[in-house]
Design a protein around this ligand. Sequence first.
Ligand code: GTP
Ligand code: MG
Length: 234
Amino acid sequence: VDVVNAEFVKSSVKTEDCPSDGIPEFALVGRSNVGKSSLLNSLVRRKRLALTSKKPGIKHFLFRLGFEISTFRSEGTKVLFIPRCKKKGKTQCINHFRINDSWYLVDLPGYGYAAAPHEVRTDWAKFTKDYFLNRPNLVSVFLLIDASIPAKKIDLEYASWLGQNQIPMTLVFTKCDKRKKKKNGGKRPEENVQDFQELIRGFFQTAPPWIMTSSVTNQGRDEILLHMSQLRNY
Ligand code: GTP
Ligand code: MG
């Protein structure tokens, strides 16, 4: 179930533009700063992964073309590029990464960053709702929730919408390595995870599967990959 290779395929602004080969895919979504990029890197990274970002020239060139973070090289073969697709200063693209030539990890725009709720909703409606509702090969949405802080309203709204529309979902709690802090509500990640599940219970007929993760300790990484392989049936 490990990731042997990962390659960026394309950025799409509409569901119709997404790859049409029909192989199974999993979408990662979450509030800005929840740890989405860190998780993506932790998922595609193998144990002995070399840093290759020592060529600033190439990096700068790619950056100008709309790519960033060309830092990872998996076992000396394929390099992963994180696309940087922005319009009006916001990431608004559906980014497809092909894993092991057989399934996709899909990076969706984060929500809730420095924007009025109205603007966020408009964005979300445009770029992701349509994708969630009209993508037959989408096996499960992986909704990332920061376990180091109490539940946020916008996360609950997101989970509620997915539940109401019966979109298959997996909860991924991030930053589970963090210690409790007074300014963050004074609860341990385990407690925040419990609370969140309690709060969303009414949105789902059956409680969604959930996984606790940390990109610092790599907690949950193998569990996510195993879960994805079980959902794909291979
Ligand atoms: P945007 O791209 O801005 O939407 O953020 P993101 O969701 O991609 O988050 P990113 O991975 O950039 O992480 C945001 C911050 O949280 C960074 O400072 C990370 O180092 C930190 N972070 C991410 N994952 C973890 C984690 O598992 N544990 C801890 N302690 N910090 C984390
Ligand atoms: Mg990011």
